[in-house]
Design a protein around this ligand. Structure first.
Ligand code: GLU
Ligand code: ZN
Length: 494
């Protein structure tokens, strides 16, 4: 039997970490089993679905380089793969259940349903929800309503007795009493649109899905889906509900923890390989120790047995670590290409750089490579090379446990040492500066930090002397001079 799995997002927002993990697990499983990975868009909730969300879905999967075997744009034997293009089909199947006596038309008005709800609340009734009124209408009543062309919904007849069990690969058997399944849920709405449950079950069946891998949030829908399969007389697929993705505090991952939209990660400059690798480790592991996996490895090694039962923790710091590792694996050329969009966006480099502009940038790569956590970090790291820096607060030059006056003396001494030594080795100049600091009773940072801030505008920068050289020794000295003036001013007037 060929494995056929699907990712079936509702396009009601940007793709987030949890969704993408579901997509990846399905994709890896399909590849590892030599099966098919199907993409299906569940957009029957027309009020919440949007074109932008569909675009974000495509962009995200393209960025991750996850290709589907069947689905929108690509087609396949069981299309269309967009639910809003399959509406007729859901109507037909819903009517089939009515004809079989497994479902019925409910003509209740919203007034009746509102009154019912109020009365249930007022009487603190144990039975909540629909009272199955229309499941025992007489044929005459039905005929009458049909003649009046009363709007109706179609509801599933949920058995009142008994229980329903489904098997989950990770969780084992899950059993619910049928009386705890909501009484007679709507399958088809009065506007002829299906609810999620109906469309989802019909499509999984018609698309020959063999395994359903989806978020654990869907477990409560499991019994209802099984009842639907039974009503149709279909064999349900295998279930594998994935452990939750949580933040470090043990709460479900959400905006409170940081951004969760893949788009944000993409824009900040996380590499798709790094995100794919890390997200795969949230809830799955190969041998509890290997941390690095290429996409190809995941596509051959993935297995359901290795999915954790416990919730996975998404740790932003750990993702940064992965990203840094992947960044450092790039060649300078590759990294330059990845960084260029950020350089252009900051207007440091024109849209069509000349070869000198490109070469100059390429020569900076070794300076930043070791320090980048995300690609967009490059902008602040190299800003001092592309823009005049404006430090207007003298206290920014002052290292911890040092006074403004001491700092002035230190940077003046530094200037005196550096002036005229352009042709000497960096190590020599650095050595002289360190000695000077000691002589003045300062930590080495007491002299290096003011220079760093003067030259780069920031206390964190690429290595100082490399920065001075790429900026130009003279230009660096001018910046130091300017800083001295500013600090002097502050010492005299402040
Ligand atoms: N459309 C559902 C969602 O957005 C799919 C759930 C399922 O995989 O069955 O999560
Ligand atoms: Zn009714």
């Amino acid at each position: 039997m060929e494995v056929r799995v699907r990712y079936a997002p509702s396009p009601t927002g940007n793709q987030h970490i949890g969704g993408v993990r579901t997509a990846l697990f399905n994709y890896f499983f399909a590849r590892a089993m030599n099966g098919k990975f199907i993409l299906r868009i569940e957009d029957t909730d027309q009020t919440r679905s949007s074109e932008e969300s569909v675009k974000d879905l495509y962009d995200t999967l393209a960025w991750l380089d996850v290709e589907w075997d069947e689905g929108p744009e690509k087609g396949g034997p069981y299309g269309p793969y967009i639910q809003s293009e399959r509406i007729e089909l859901y109507r037909t199947y819903a009517q089939q259940l009515v004809d079989k006596g497994k479902a019925y038309r409910c003509y209740c008005t919203s007034e009746r349903l509102d009154a019912l709800r109020e009365q249930q609340i007022a009487s603190k009734s144990k039975v909540q929800g629909y009272d199955r009124h229309c499941s025992h209408l007489s044929p005459q009543q039905i005929e009458q309503y049909e003649k009046e062309k009363r709007p109706y919904v179609i509801r599933l007849k949920v058995p009142v007795e008994g229980k329903t069990t489904f098997h989950d690969v990770l969780m084992g058997d899950i059993t619910r009493k049928n009386k705890d399944v909501s009484p007679d849920p709507i399958l088809l709405k009065s506007d002829g649109y299906p609810t999620y449950h109906l469309a989802n079950v019909i499509d999984d069946h018609l698309m020959h899905i063999t395994h359903i891998m989806r978020a654990q949030e869907w477990i409560p829908s499991g019994p209802l889906h099984i009842l639907l399969y039974e009503a149709f007389g279909w064999e349900p697929p295998m279930y594998c509900h994935l452990p939750m993705v949580m933040g470090k505090d043990g709460q479900k991952l959400s905006k409170r923890h940081g951004s969760t939209a893949v788009k944000d990660f993409r824009e900040k400059g996380y590499l798709p390989e790094a995100l794919m690798n890390y997200v795969s480790m949230v809830g799955w592991s190969y041998d509890d120790k290997t941390e690095f996996f290429t996409k190809e490895q995941l596509c051959s090694l993935f297995s359901l047995e290795k999915i954790n039962k416990a919730p996975g923790i998404f740790d932003y710091k750990k993702l940064d670590w992965y990203n840094g590792m992947y960044i450092r694996e790039k060649s300078d050329e590759q990294l330059a290409q990845l960084l260029l969009p950020y350089m252009k966006k900051a207007s440091f480099i024109p849209e069509e750089p000349s070869s000198e502009e490109y070469q100059r940038f390429l020569s900076l790569i070794p300076l930043v490579k070791e320090r980048l956590k995300v690609l967009s970090d490059v902008v602040e790291m190299v800003r001092f090379l592309y823009e005049d820096i404006e430090v207007d607060d003298a206290t920014l030059f002052v290292p911890k446990k040092q006074t403004l006056a001491q700092t002035l003396e230190a940077i003046q001494a530094a200037y005196a040492i550096m002036d005229g030594r352009e042709d000497e080795e960096d190590e020599t100049i650095e050595g002289l500066l360190s000695e000077k600091a000691k002589e003045m009773g300062l930590k080495v940072n007491g002299i290096f930090m003011p220079i760093r801030v003067a030259v780069t505008g920031s206390a964190v920068s690429p290595p100082l002397f490399d920065s001075i050289r790429v900026l130009g020794y003279d230009k660096a000295l001018q910046r130091i001079e300017k800083a001295i003036m500013l600090i002097e001013n502050e010492v005299n007037n402040g």
